[in-house]
Design a protein around this ligand. Structure first.
Ligand code: FAD
Length: 505
C-alpha cells in the first residue's frame, strides 16, 4: 500500500507535534509517524525556560498549560545561581512542567488542526531524489511505503533519520553516571537531602524538585565515572548508592514511579537540511538538559521551520528562505552546545575547577554578567543574524524576538497591539505601523494572504515606526520613518505579493 503526504514528520515528541501544528497553521497538512503505540507516560523533561514559554505563549498554548505549571524562580550556570533581583523580568519565566503534559496539549492542538498522527509506525529507511522522499515504515500491518515532498526527522537524539540521510553528528559524549526519576516522597522523608539543586565538590550535581503532591523529580549527576553496565535497568539500590556517593547522605524512603539512566551528550548535526530531508529538536541538536534549553530548542526549531517549509511546499518561498532554517537554528544550537559544555566542565571536581567556579561566581555579581547569562540561558535574547539588507540599514530590532507579552492582549483587553497577538496566534506575519496615523494606506495590503497589518500608536519598548514580524515572532525588518524599504523586506521574507489565501494542502 502507498500513501502520499506533502510533509512527513518522523516523531511525535515536542518538536514533531509542534511542527505539525505550525505547518497546519500555514496551510499544509502533515503526517506524523510515531513508533510508540501510545503517548509516553514517563516524563523526561520537567522544566521549561522562559524562551520555551514564549514559544507556547505566541501560539496561545500557555492558556491550556499554565494551570499545570509551577514557577521555578531561579537561573543557574552550572549551579552558580544568578542574583534574580538583577535579572530582567522577561528571563525569569522558568516553569516546572511535565513533558508528558506538554506533549498531550500539543497533540490535542495538532489533532484539532487536522494533523494526521499515525502511531506504531516506525521509519526504517528513507530515499530521496529531486522530486520527493520515500519512507519505508514498519506498521502493525507490515511494511508500508509512504511518499512525501519533504521529510522532517524530529525523532530524537538517537533518531534514524539523521543517520539515514547521511548527516554527521559532531560533538562529545562525556564520561558520566546519571540517574533521573520521580519518587513518591514527602519533604520530611527527604531527611538531610536538600530540596533544590546543589553542586558537590567531588564532581557532581544533585537536583530535587517537587512535581506534584509528595512527588519529587530527583537527579544524580556524577562526572568522570560511568556505570558498570549502561544498558542495565536502574535498580532502587543502585540509585541509593549513587545518592550516597554523591551527597554522603542516605535516601531511606521513596517509591520510584520511574528511574532512568541519563547520558551526557553534547552534539549537533552538521546540517539541519539535506535536500528534502530536514532535522528538528534533539535529532538536530542534543544537549545535556540544563536550564530547560533542550525543549526550548525543540519548540523554536518548529516555529522557525514550519512557515518556511509551508512556503516551500506551497511554491511561494523566496530564494534561500528554507535554507535560512539551518543558518538560524544551527547557530542557536551551537550556542547552546557551547554554554552547556562550559557548564559541564564546571561541574567537575572542585580540585580541578574550584578556582574557575569561584571566579565566575564573583563575576556573576556584576549586573551586566547577570543579565547576559540570564538572557542566554532563558533563551529570550535569541537574535538571528539578519539576511537581506546590509548592516548599515539594519534597525537594532532586526532578528530579535520581542517578548510576546507586547503582543498578547492583557486581561482587560487594553493591549495596544492586541491585533498583532491574534495574527501571531494564527501563525501569520504582521506589519505593525506605529506611526499613529490610522488613515495612511499600508503597502503590505498587497501581501494580505500571508501578512496582516496592524496600526497602533505605540508599543512600549519598541523604538520603530514600522516593524515586520515573521510568523515565529522574530523581527524580519524594522525602520524609523515612513517605511521605505518595507516592500523589499516583504518580498525577501514573504515572496511575491499575493492576496489569495493558500488552502490546506
Ligand atoms: C532525563 C531527562 C531529563 C530532561 N529534562 C529536561 C528538562 O527539564 N527541560 C528540557 O528542556 N529538556 C529536558 N530534557 C530533554 C528533552 O526531553 C528533549 O529535549 C525533548 O524530548 C526533545 O524533543 P524531540 O521532540 O526533539 O525528541 P523526543 O522527545 O525524543 O521525541 C522523538 C520521538 O520520535 C520517535 N521516534 C524515534 N525514532 C523513530 C522512528 N524511526 N520512527 C518513528 N518515530 C520515531 C520517538 O518514539 C519519540 O516519540 C530531558 C531529557 C532527559 C533524558
Amino acid at each position: 500500500m502507498m500513501m502520499y503526504s506533502p510533509v512527513v514528520i518522523v516523531g511525535a515528541g515536542p518538536a514533531g507535534l509542534m511542527l505539525g501544528c505550525e505547518l497546519a497553521l500555514a496551510g499544509v497538512t502533515a503526517t506524523i509517524l510515531e513508533r510508540r503505540p501510545a503517548p509516553r507516560t514517563d516524563s523526561p523533561g520537567a522544566a521549561v525556560n522562559a524562551g520555551a514559554v514564549e514559544a507556547l505563549e505566541l501560539r496561545g498554548l500557555m492558556d491550556r498549560l499554565r494551570h499545570l505549571t509551577f514557577p521555578l524562580p531561579m537561573i543557574h550556570f552550572s549551579l552558580l545561581f544568578l542574583e534574580m533581583e538583577k535579572v530582567d523580568e522577561r528571563a525569569k519565566g522558568t516553569l516546572l512542567l511535565q513533558q508528558t503534559q506538554l506533549e498531550r496539549v500539543l497533540e490535542e492542538r495538532a489533532t484539532e488542526l487536522g494533523v494526521k498522527i499515525l502511531r506504531d509506525h516506525e521509519v526504517t529507511r528513507i530515499d530521496q531524489d529531486d522530486d520527493g522522499v520515500t519512507a519505508l515504515v514498519r506498521t502493525p500491518g507490515g511494511i508500508e511505503r509512504i511518499e512525501c515532498g519533504y521529510l522532517v526527522g524530529a525523532d530524537g537524539a538517537d533518531g534514524a533519520v539523521r543517520r539515514l540521510a547521511g548527516i554527521p553528528l559532531t560533538g562529545a559524549e562525556i564520561a558520566f553516571y546519571g540517574i533521573t526519576g520521580d519518587l513518591e516522597i514527602s519533604m520530611e522523608e527527604l531527611g538531610p537531602l536538600p530540596l533544590g539543586a546543589a553542586y558537590y565538590p567531588a564532581g557532581g550535581q544533585w537536583m530535587c524538585a517537587p512535581i506534584g503532591p509528595d512527588v519529587m523529580r530527583v537527579t544524580t549527576a556524577e562526572f568522570d565515572i560511568e556505570p558498570a553496565d549502561p544498558t542495565a535497568d536502574v535498580t532502587v539500590e543502585e540509585f541509593r548508592m549513587a545518592v550516597r556517593r554523591l551527597t554522603g547522605a542516605e535516601l531511606t524512603a521513596g517509591k520510584p514511579r520511574w528511574l532512568s539512566r541519563t547520558d551526557c551528550r553534547i552534539a549537533q548535526a552538521e546540517a539541519y537540511r539535506r535536500g528534502r530531508v530536514l532535522l528538528a529538536g534533539d535529532a538536530a541538536c542534543v544537549i545535556y538538559p540544563v536550564n530547560g534549553q533542550a525543549l526550548a530548542n525543540a519548540l523554536h526549531d518548529a516555529l522557525n521551520l514550519g512557515w518556511k517549509l509551508a512556503a516551500q511546499v506551497q511554491g511561494w518561498a523566496p530564494p534561500g528562505l528554507l535554507d535560512s532554517y539551518h543558518d538560524e537554528r544551527h547557530a542557536v544550537g551551537r550556542r547552546a552546545c557551547d554554554n552547556v559544555r562550559a557548564q559541564v566542565t564546571l561541574s567537575r571536581g572542585h580540585e580541578e575547577v574550584g578556582a574557575v567556579r569561584d571566579l565566575l561566581g564573583q563575576l556573576m555579581r556584576f549586573d551586566e554578567v547577570n543579565r547576559y547569562l540570564a538572557g542566554m540561558l532563558s533563551g529570550v535574547d535569541t537574535a538571528y543574524e539578519p539576511s537581506g539588507a546590509g548592516p548599515a540599514e539594519r534597525h537594532p530590532l532586526t532578528g530579535t524576538r520581542p517578548s510576546p507579552d507586547l503582543w498578547v492582549a492583557s486581561d482587560d483587553g487594553d493591549s495596544p497591539a492586541a491585533g498583532a497577538a491574534e495574527s501571531l496566534r494564527q501563525g501569520r506575519g504582521v506589519v505593525l505601523y506605529l506611526d499613529g496615523d490610522p488613515d495612511r494606506p499600508g503597502p503590505a495590503a498587497a501581501w494580505s494572504s500571508r501578512v496582516d497589518q496592524v496600526r497602533v500608536s505605540r508599543v512600549p519598548g519598541v523604538d520603530a515606526d514600522v516593524v515586520l514580524l515573521r510568523p515565529d515572532g522574530h523581527v524580519a525588518w524594522a525602520c524609523r520613518g515612513d517605511g521605505a524599504g518595507l516592500n523589499e523586506a516583504l518580498s525577501t521574507w514573504f515572496g511575491a505579493p499575493s492576496t489569495e489565501k493558500s488552502g490546506a494542502s
